[in-house]
Design a binder for this molecule. Structure first.
Ligand SMILES: [Zn+2]
Ligand SMILES: [Zn+2]
Length: 241
């Protein structure tokens, strides 16, 4: 199995429905040998998550904990068909990384074209680095269009381990994420694996994704988690404090 260097999509207690502190998450990352850990709390429209002021104060958090480089970002919500986000640019500019995604609680699914426009809008936002779980079935999307836009917009598409938890009972996510991987392979487009950990034990846990990677014979070189440099090269982010 390949060594995992980064997991940038995790949540701490501050998201309201997650169960570990930042220190606990960082310790789990150290134990798993990660170089980079991203904490990306849910944007303000998810019930129970932190207020916007939380995202303004992230500078107090050390960017190295136990030798792990910490990325303090957000998983913001795409809230309409133009791709409007639920945190404004002044907040986004202060974050280390920005993940944007569709969540049923904050987004009313439209036609495939409207949904695709919504995600495209977010991809074209210069501050957005990653689209979370585009293939989890939340809204019908033209995945091929998203894959084609990925390199052009320097925005990675995520395949998400949590979407495949058997208890979530979402077989569509299996089918769609397989389709997404096939398209990324076809277009030679890198992807990022996301644990979407809501507890420290799930940091960098990609258990359910490995079957899909095997099934699609997905090339290791297109997985940015296996080599952090690929992540920096693709997104244009730099590994400095
Ligand atoms: Zn999400
Ligand atoms: Zn998440």
């Amino acid at each position: 199995m390949q060594r995992i260097e980064l997991d940038l999509h995790t949540h701490s207690v501050m998201s309201g429905h997650a169960y570990s502190t930042i220190q606990e998450m960082a310790e789990a990352a150290r134990q798993k040998g990660l170089k980079h850990l991203g904490i990306a709390e849910h944007g303000p429209m998810i019930p129970g998550t932190c207020d916007p002021i939380y995202f303004r104060n992230l500078y107090v958090i050390p960017r190295y904990i136990n030798g792990v480089r910490m990325w303090m970002g957000a998983e913001v919500n795409i809230v309409d068909y133009q791709g409007t986000l639920d945190l404004d640019d002044t907040y986004l500019a202060r974050l280390d990384h920005v993940i944007a995604g569709l969540h049923r609680l904050c987004y009313t699914s439209g036609t495939m074209q409207q949904n695709t426009d919504a995600v495209m809008g977010a991809m074209h936002h210069p501050g957005v680095n990653i689209i979370s779980h585009p293939a989890d079935g939340t809204a019908e999307l033209d995945l091929e269009e998203l894959v084609k836009a990925s390199a052009r917009t320097c925005t990675l598409l995520e395949v998400n381990n949590s979407s495949l938890f058997p208890k979530r009972g979402n077989p569509v996510a299996h089918t769609l994420q397989t389709e997404l991987l096939k398209l990324c392979k076809q277009y030679d487009t890198p992807v990022i694996l996301g644990s979407d950990a809501h507890i420290s034990y799930s940091v960098a846990d990609y258990t359910y994704l490995y079957d899909l990677l095997k099934e699609t014979e997905f090339p290791d070189e297109l997985i940015v988690n296996y080599d952090a440099k690929r992540f920096f090269d693709f997104t244009g982010l730099t590994d400095v404090e």
